[in-house]
Design a protein around this ligand. Structure first.
Ligand code: MN3
Length: 198
């Protein structure tokens, strides 16, 4: 079955002023759609046509002649979650279980946020920064290049990810990736992050 673009779980202007309607029109409507269109074209008639998205990501990671499929599949997976990791009037109080775990593993919520922003700022070129529940049961902050994600690397469960490709912030923040990452805290859907922890 062909992959399709999921609707945003909110109105296209609902994340403004932190993420504008114009950014979402391009990022969701054009960039995310392109990954899906490319992926559908690339899996047509081969072994991946009826595979799940997760399986495609895992089976094509680091396989030289499958790089095109991997890039588009992983980006489809990443963006499908990215839209859900944000909500209008996001940010605010962090659910108790998650807050406790963040303090346990990072020392404080602010220390986690600093590490996450730092990972995003220092990701050279396109990529993502992540909050991952590692296979050792500990929370960790990581960063990846391009479309690589925690299911590809097998380092754990992605609890939160932020897209630091320029297409994610250039309309609203121009070259200032740090300002975009700081503003992201006003959008985070902590309830959804917490659901993935449980
Ligand atoms: Mn993107």
């Amino acid at each position: 079955m062909a992959f399709t673009l999921p609707d945003l779980p909110y109105a296209i202007d609902a994340l403004a002023p932190y993420m504008s309607q114009e950014t979402l029109e391009f990022h969701h409507g054009k960039h995310h759609q392109s990954y899906i269109t490319n992926l559908n074209n690339m899996v047509k008639g081969n072994e991946f046509e009826s595979a799940s998205l997760e399986d495609i990501v895992k089976k094509t990671y680091n396989v030289a002649d499958k790089a095109g499929i991997f890039n588009n599949a992983s980006q489809h997976w990443n963006h499908g979650l990215f839209w859900q990791w944000m909500k209008p009037n996001g940010g605010g109080a962090i659910p108790g279980d998650l807050e406790k775990k963040l303090i346990e593993d990072f020392g404080s919520v602010d220390a986690f946020k600093d590490a996450f922003v730092q990972a995003g700022v220092t990701q050279f070129g396109s990529g993502w920064c992540w909050l991952v529940l590692g296979t050792d049961g500990k929370l960790q902050v990581t960063k990846t290049a391009n479309g690589i994600n925690p299911i590809a690397t097998g380092e754990g469960t992605a609890l939160l990810g932020c897209d630091v490709w320029e297409h994610s912030y250039y309309i609203d923040y121009r070259n200032s990736r740090p300002n975009y990452l700081e503003a992201f805290w006003n959008l985070v859907n902590w309830d959804f992050v917490n659901e993935n922890l449980a």
